[in-house]
Design a protein around this ligand. Structure first.
Ligand SMILES: CC1=C(/C=C/C(C)=C/C=C/C(C)=C/C=O)C(C)(C)CCC1
Length: 346
């Protein structure tokens, strides 16, 4: 039996506490390993990084996304499910069209999706499991989400410019070979300007949170985790860093949040629990739709092997693909569905 303690008005079980701690320990361990490796002049090559990314994102993180949809759509009736899936597919189609017609804009949106997902998802974990009393207004919450999510992409844009630009090129080349060249000369200035905006955002977020805190712990956990994420993305090479962040941090913490939400609700009516065969059919249909979409994009795109080798091209292709299916996940499932969306917090 998990012991339950009241913390800032929230309920946390041992398992939820364990998952939060495990996500922090995992990031510290990965960053520590890369720090030691660098000191010992051991560098990991791009093939290994790409293998880590694909394992983390495809084998570990993708199934978690499927689970989020399943639990979100469970028992919500056919009209709701149809509207949700309709809106979802419309956004997917729009984003695919954007990549084909304006891939630089497509890449920009993909980066924004990763920031939004890490940021808003992370904020909801804090809401449920830690407390966010230090974040009083909507603009302050938006700033908190920007800072948390910004660690995932903005810190690597600054800390790993070579690899970031190379993979940006591969992602764009899938659709229009050579199109990155038009913006490549601005990367250096953009990197410095974005880095400065981000540093200012972090300072304001941490400072304002301290000023408005009710309880020092909540603010300290937020500030400490922000510092951990910044250090992690600055130390760990970008491809391995992103590939491990989503399964080890994002999904692990969301599953702790989902557990807390579930245990805060009354026990479900046994009649409303879907039968195993419906769950299995839904999972298979979801998997088939996901893989068919990937196959369709790979078939239609002029240059799906833009990175040259299988693993490097796989990272570029999967990053485009996961962003395409994650955009409606964030907008439809996360922002529009305020009743029981993917980041629902009671
Ligand atoms: C631009 C760029 C990248 C982009 C990755 C993206 C955009 C990942 C999106 C992930 C999402 C949305 C996951 C959701 O669960 C890499 C590969 C890190 C390499 C460096 C350059």
């Amino acid at each position: 039996m998990a012991t339950v303690e009241t913390h800032l008005g929230r309920l946390r079980s041992d398992r939820e506490r364990w998952l939060l701690s495990a996500s922090r320990v995992a990031l510290v361990a990965v960053a520590g390993w890369f720090l030691l490796a660098r000191r010992a002049s051991v560098s990991i090559d791009m093939r290994t990084q790409a293998g880590i990314y694909l394992f983390g994102m495809v084998a570990l993180n993708l199934p978690y996304g499927g689970y989020e949809h399943m639990s979100n759509l469970k028992n919500r009736g056919v009209p709701f499910g149809a509207r949700y899936i309709g809106a979802y597919l419309a956004m997917v189609a729009g984003f695919v069209a954007l990549f084909f017609t304006a891939p630089v804009a497509g890449l920009t949106v993909a980066i924004a999706v990763a920031v939004a997902k890490g940021g808003h998802g992370g904020l909801r974990v804090l809401d449920t499991l830690v407390g966010t009393d230090h974040l009083r207004t909507t603009p302050q919450r938006a700033l908190a989400a920007f800072v948390r999510g910004g660690t995932v992409m903005i810190v690597p844009i600054y800390a790993w410019p070579g690899d970031f630009a190379a993979f940006s090129t591969f992602m764009i080349d899938i659709f229009q070979p050579g199109a990155f060249e038009a913006v490549a000369p601005y990367y250096g200035d953009f990197r410095v300007a974005l880095g400065a905006v981000f540093a200012a955002a972090v300072a304001v977020h941490v400072g304002l949170g301290f000023q408005r805190r009710k309880d020092l712990t909540t603010w300290a956990v937020d500030a400490g985790e922000t510092a951990l994420l910044i250090a992690y993305f600055a130390i760990v090479p970008v491809v391995a860093a992103v590939g491990l962040y989503f399964p080890l941090w994002y999904s692990m913490r969301q599953s702790a949040r989902a557990e807390a939400v579930r245990s805060a609700l009354p026990d479900p009516d046994p009649e409303s629990i879907p039968s195993p065969h419906r769950v299995i059919v839904a999972f298979i249909l979801g998997t088939a739709a996901t893989f068919s979409l990937a196959a369709l994009i790979a078939t239609l795109a002029p240059n799906p092997m833009s990175g040259g080798t299988l693993l490097v091209s796989g990272v570029a292709f999967f990053s485009v693909f996961i962003s395409i299916i994650a955009l409606p996940h964030v907008v439809v499932g996360g922002w529009l569905d305020t009743d029981r969306g993917i980041w629902y917090t009671p």
